[in-house]
Structure formats: structure tokens, C-alpha cells
Ligand binder design. Sequence first.
Ligand code: ATP
Length: 243
Amino acid sequence: MIPPTHPRYKSLKTRDLLSNFTKTGIVTLEGLTAHGRGEAFDYLIGERTTDSALLAERTAGALLRLARHPVISVNGNTAALAATEISKLQRASKALVEVNLFHRTEDRVNAIEHLLRDVGVNVLSGPIERLLPLPHNRAWCRHDGIYSADVVLVPLEDGDRCEALVGMGKKVITIDLNPLSRTARSATLTIVDELTRALPQITKACIELSENEMKELITSLDNHYLLSDAIGEMTLRLSHALD
Ligand code: ATP
């Protein structure tokens, strides 16, 4: 039994949480493997928010707040790990929240929407259509939600959908611990940080940034710098791993 003070305790608790959510269908087995990949990269970055990730989080807050039609797209892992943080971010950013799933069934969508509503999220409802240029189920979305958004936050995204959204002219913000993924490299803004550390920082930025600070952050957005800094942090830790 690992004591609660041990650094690995939190991730074990998270694993319990996610495996319990597989029983309700909210998290899929594929979602568990995606989480494992995230944990490996979190280990490499030192399980902390780096300075460049914090800059990305503040820029994300600015993009959401200055957007005409911001939308937060939520999948099963995001709902399981961070429903309450999504609710707080929705209040601070005034973004719409829409559930969008790769492994889509009506039961799963209902369970995830129910979980989100239980913690106060105002979840977009209404008819869905096949509106995104994708061959799989993630093409389904709402006309007045993701389809019409100018800025979309897509935490824990897959590369196909991220590329499709960028191709539609949207500003896409992603949260992905893997700076090498297709998503990380194709998004407008990539936050290389763990979801539950990143969301509160984005919310804080939405609340505290002035309009001028927001404009400045957006003007100086450089995703190549954010990705190379994250890779640099991981490389540095690896090269000193045995010191
Ligand atoms: P791509 O299609 O973009 O090349 P992929 O095949 O890794 O990437 P997925 O498995 O769908 O795509 O994406 C999940 C991504 O989310 C992974 O890159 C993983 O590192 C990251 N991830 C998983 N859990 C977390 C988390 N809690 N916080 C931040 N990132 C996470």
C-alpha cells in the first residue's frame, strides 16, 4: 500500500478513478491506454507545469475570452478527470460545452452529459449533424456548437480531428502531454501539461487578464517555441536522469 504522501499516490488514485469510469462506460479501454501515454510524458516533464506551459495556459485563456464563439469539446477522459474544472472554465470563459466522442453511442453521450450537468456544466444539446470532414464518428457535431466556433478547446484530442478543425479555419487549443503527437504539432496552441493542472490555470487567466494583456499574448503566440521548449525540458531531465 502506497502512503498518500508518496509522489505516485495521486496517479494511482487517478487510475482507480478512470478504471471505475470504465464500468459506467464513460471511459473506454482505448481511453485508458491514451491516459497511460499521457502519464509517461508527464513523468518525463517532471509532473509539473513548466514556464512555457503556463504561458500557453494564459494564452489559451486570452483566446477563449476574446473569441466570438468559443466552444470546449469534451470527451470521456476529460469528463472523468475534470468535470468540475470544465464547469469553472465555462463560467470564466463563457464558452459553450459540447460532448464529442470517437467511440460514440447514445448511452455514452448521455452518461457523459449527465456527469457534466451534475457538476453545473451547461451542456449544449439539440440535434447533431455530420458536419466535420472526417470519416468516423467524430464528424458528428452541432451546427451552433463546434461547427460555428471560431476558437475550440479540444483537450486530449486525436490528430485527425485537430487537423480537420484547423483546416476549417478555427483556432484550435489542445492540452496534450505528448509534444510529438500530430495533435500537438497541428494545433494553433498546444498546452504541454496535465489536464487537471492546465484547466485551473486557463480559468485563472480568463478571470485575471486585462484586455491589453490578452491581445499581447495572442500577438506573440508561437506554438513552435512552446513545443520545442517542452521537448527541451524533457531532454534535459532525461540527460540528468542518473545524476
Ligand atoms: P495523435 O493522433 O495526435 O498523433 P495519439 O494517437 O496519441 O495522438 P490520442 O491517444 O487520441 O492520440 O490522444 C491522447 C493524447 O492525450 C496523448 O498524446 C496523450 O499523451 C495525451 N494525454 C492523455 N492523458 C492526458 C492528460 N491527463 N493530460 C494531458 N494529456 C494527456
